[in-house]
Design a protein around this ligand. Structure first.
Ligand SMILES: C[S@@+](CC[C@H](N)C(=O)[O-])C[C@H]1O[C@@H](n2cnc3c(N)ncnc32)[C@H](O)[C@@H]1O
Length: 256
């Protein structure tokens, strides 16, 4: 590791003992959820319902783990699909630069598979019109439907490195079913990222029009699922790094 990396690791260990910093982040998170902050952003022209810190974390994970396929549940306007596709396009470009191989943008190597129960026509049209769309396969249906899971598995095929992002229905039962269906697709050394675990830490009335809340959310699902899946561990270093994230305890690393 470089001195810069050593310093970073040491600093992240200190975060656990810095309650003032953690409290400030928690205050921002609570106020920003109320202000619908996650709806403020675009990635390469498409609305993305994420926090910038989590987008940077995804970039670091993609660079470190070099996935061939990224599977995402929850497409919405397609911003996260385009984010993943753009990161994979950069990996393909880096590989080609290193090997001297000619890069054919019409035949991308790495790809993204997205699932949503309701891919609205205008979103599908915009995603399909995006320059990165030839890396993206969209599947419409419930992410926990056996037939949909089978389609995703077929699309993933025998990819050597697979990353999974779960960001669809945020109830405990749904995310638990998603973890059971999709985490086995994550290859050793890669990650399953479970979004919106922060719901557990928000006030009970933070999502008045939603079926989820404290005790019934992605974090409760992660904590119920992990003991039976010891090949995965929560990457707390990412939580400490981000501080502001919708996915605390949601960066699940599959041991190499
Ligand atoms: C938070 S949004 C996804 C945001 C997107 N990942 C992004 O970063 O821009 C959640 C999406 O999950 C979808 N969804 C809800 N229930 C679902 C289910 N059972 N299966 C698949 N998708 C579902 C919704 O239609 C919605 O588009």
């Amino acid at each position: 590791m470089t001195d810069f990396e050593d310093d970073s690791v040491a600093r992240l260990k200190d975060v656990a003992g810095n309650p003032a910093l953690q409290a400030t982040a928690a205050t921002f998170l609570q106020a920003s959820v109320a202000a619908h902050y996650s709806y403020n952003f675009f990635w390469m022209g498409r609305p993305i319902i994420q926090y910038p810190q989590d987008m940077v974390a995804l970039q670091e994970i993609v660079w470190a783990t070099r996935p061939d396929v990224i599977v995402e549940t929850g497409i919405a306007h397609g911003g996260s699909l385009i984010l993943s596709a753009s990161l994979l396009a950069m990996l393909d470009l880096c590989d080609a630069t290193e090997t001297g191989e000619m890069l054919d943008p019409r035949a991308p190597k790495r790809s993204v598979v997205g699932v949503d129960i309701d891919i609205r026509a205008h979103n599908r049209t915009a995603i399909e019109a995006h320059p990165l769309s030839n890396r993206i396969t969209m599947i419409e249906g419930s992410s926990i439907d056996d037939a949909i899971v089978a389609q995703v598995r077929a699309a993933v095929g025998d990819a050597a490195r697979v990353l999974v992002c779960l960001d669809s229905n945020h109830t405990h039962d749904h995310v638990l079913a998603e973890l059971r269906a999709y985490a086995p697709m994550v290859t050793p050394g890669s990650y399953c990222i479970v979004f919106d675990t922060l719901i557990e830490d928000m006030p009970a009335d933070a999502y008045p029009d939603r079926p989820w809340g404290p005790g019934d959310n992605p974090k409760s699902a992660v904590h119920a699922w992990l003991p039976d899946n010891p090949e995965f561990e929560i990457d707390k270093q990412i939580d400490h790094k981000l501080l502001v994230s919708v996915a605390p305890d949601g960066f699940l690393h599959r041991r190499a």
